[in-house]
Design a protein around this ligand. Structure first.
Ligand code: SF4
Length: 408
């Protein structure tokens, strides 16, 4: 009998309206877009160009930059032009808070150079004086044909809205816990602002929503609700996810669950880098999440066992590491020379227990000898044992075989 394990795929994608962000389509069933953000001072054109270029080369399909003052707004068109000279056409997204309306009004070249504006409804609101600020940004977006992301964040949530919902909740017969009211305020902040943007004249195909939270369960609850209540394209991200493995694990848990449920059109990993550390990690983490879940392919995957007491030498770890590094560093060249190479699966295994089985599932795999095993390494190609490698040159010979496989 066929069991439920016959199904191994995510839920159908939640239907959203497609939004064109400088040529990259977000939503409407388009492939889930990877994006990231710089941490340079945007007014520093050289540093920002360098970091945007690095993020784009790693695979960031949209790059957001802070636009926080006149000097930053003035720099934006120069950044865009310098990137184009380098052949990098990644759409730039301007991150605006508090004075976005003023910066976009005073710097039309900036408004034109950006592919999307991020509005934080927590600090550019929709009531009274702040309605003018919000309207100004939306009107400029409509004038230049740019989309906006209405990005609510519980670190800068609209306090007026939150206070009103808290008051209503306290008078209710069955009051909710304060955290649930905060989640509702976050969702409402995004949805009310989006409705207002439409009223002002921006089409649904120019509006992306996000409602970011730093706690995994809250984030999942908020986005399930947003998806249930609207069809705007959704930008997913666990805000302030943190450093190192904590940030990656928390983001992957939250985003992975939502993506599995069909929710999310573009993702960003908000990772805190080590001082001076590599910003591109957030791009690689996002790509790896999408690839390991089967949504997209970016680079060949290397399956490797963790190793255990059956692996006595470091040959296995060294080969797994070398193959991984070699693939990552070769990708820029391989991508143009070998279209489709990103679909390759390679296995590097430590002993006979799972080695041959896992290697058969890969396109090409090797099972190195464990403790007490004959010092030989069977290689499997397309599920069949193709040869056995022996001696000190196993690693180099296997690399040659992988290279031959790719060329074929
Ligand atoms: Fe250990 Fe072999 Fe399993 Fe690798 S495949 S973890 S070496 S038993």
């Amino acid at each position: 009998p066929v069991s439920v394990a016959a199904e191994a795929r995510p839920a159908a994608r939640h239907r959203t309206v497609a939004v064109d962000v400088g040529g990259i389509v977000v939503g409407g069933g388009a492939p889930i877009v990877v994006q990231s953000m710089t941490n340079t001072d945007t007014a520093d054109v050289a540093s920002t160009v360098k970091q945007v270029a690095a993020l784009a080369r790693t695979g960031s399909e949209l790059v957001r930059i802070t636009v926080d003052r006149d000097e930053a707004a003035r720099a934006v068109p120069y950044i865009r032009d310098a990137l184009m000279v380098k052949g990098i056409e990644v759409p730039l997204v301007g991150d605006f808070h508090y004075i976005g309306h003023k910066l976009l009004t005073d710097h039309p070249a900036c408004a034109e150079a950006l592919a999307k504006y991020r509005i934080n409804p927590g600090n550019v609101g929709f009531k009274d004086k702040r309605d003018k600020q919000f309207s100004t940004i939306v009107e400029i977006a409509a004038k230049y044909g740019k989309p906006v992301r209405i990005g609510a964040n519980w670190g800068s949530l609209d306090q007026e809205l939150l206070t009103r919902l808290m008051d209503e909740n306290s008078k209710s017969d069955a009051p909710l816990e304060a955290r649930a009211v905060t989640r509702e305020a976050l969702v409402q902040s995004a949805l009310i602002s989006a409705a207002r943007a439409e009223e002002i004249g921006l089409g649904r195909d120019r509006i992306i929503l996000s409602a970011k939270v730093s706690a995994v369960q809250d984030l999942i609850a908020v986005y399930r609700d947003l998806a249930r209540r609207s069809d705007y394209a959704l930008h997913l991200g666990l805000t302030e996810a943190g450093m190192g493995s904590k940030g990656i694990v928390a983001s992957s848990a939250a985003l992975g669950i939502l993506l599995q449920e069909g929710i999310g059109d573009t993702i960003r990993y908000s990772l805190t880098p080590e001082p001076g550390g590599d910003r591109s990690l957030e791009v690689r983490a996002a790509q790896e999440l999408l690839q390991t879940m089967g949504f997209r392919t970016f680079v060949p995957l290397v399956a490797a066992c963790p190793g255990c007491g059956r692996t006595t030498s470091t040959v296995f770890q060294e080969l797994a590491r070398d193959i991984q590094h070699w693939i990552t560093s070769s990708m820029p060249e391989w991508k143009t020379r070998y279209p489709g190479v990103e679909n390759l699966n390679v296995a590097v295994m430590g002993c006979i227990v799972n080695g041959p089985g896992e290697s058969k599932h890969a396109d090409i795999g090797i099972s190195l000898p464990g403790t007490g095993e004959t010092p030989s390494a069977p290689v499997f190609i397309d599920g069949e044992k193709a040869m056995t490698l022996k001696g000190a040159g196993i690693a180099d010979e296997f690399k040659t075989l992988v290279n031959d496989y790719i060329e074929r």
